[in-house]
Design a protein around this ligand. Structure first.
Ligand code: HEC
Length: 127
């Protein structure tokens, strides 16, 4: 009986992302994203400073895609669930979110697993 209880509790704890693993998994993202508050960054993507809880396409002076802007205007906020889904398939996520099968986003990189995506989110929540 106690063994059964332990098994049912474990998966809930496994949901938490690990910020240290996330810092490593974030390295490839640094080609295009800074984590400092630097909206005028010269990299291809927007600064991800304070991204946890931020509305999509919220920074001034960034050339976002029309699709990401439309999602932000429709209320898309980067909580853990949305962030995790987006970074695993950015274009597919925007198409599903907008109900627009031909919407085009500008980010094409994909994080390979939900675990890595959650770790990156936990890391970015500290930035
Ligand atoms: C080759 C460049 C490039 C790489 C590498 C890249 N991104 Fe992006 N990212 C972009 C661009 C460009 C956008 C803007 C997308 C749009 O406007 O549709 C973006 C947007 C985002 C956004 C939404 C930002 C906002 O203000 O709403 C998040 C979150 C994000 N990227 C996370 C990541 C993560 C995590 C990684 C690493 C796994 C990563 N990106 C790797 C180019 C990149």
């Amino acid at each position: 009986m106690t063994g059964f209880l332990a098994l049912t509790i474990a998966p809930a704890q496994a949901m938490e992302g690990d910020p240290e693993a996330g810092a490593l998994a974030f390295r490839p993202c640094m080609t295009c994203h800074v984590t400092e508050a630097q909206p005028e960054s010269s990299r291809a993507g927007p600064s991800l400073h304070g991204i946890a809880g931020r509305r999509a396409a919220a920074l001034d002076g960034v050339r976002y895609s029309d699709a990401l802007r439309a999602a932000g205007a429709a209320g898309l906020v980067w909580d853990e669930t949305n962030f995790t889904a987006y970074v695993q398939d950015p274009v597919g996520f925007l198409r599903a979110y907008l109900g627009e099968p031909r919407a085009r986003g500008l980010m094409l990189v994909r994080v390979p697993s939900p675990e890595a995506a959650r770790d990156i989110f936990a890391y970015l929540a500290t930035r």
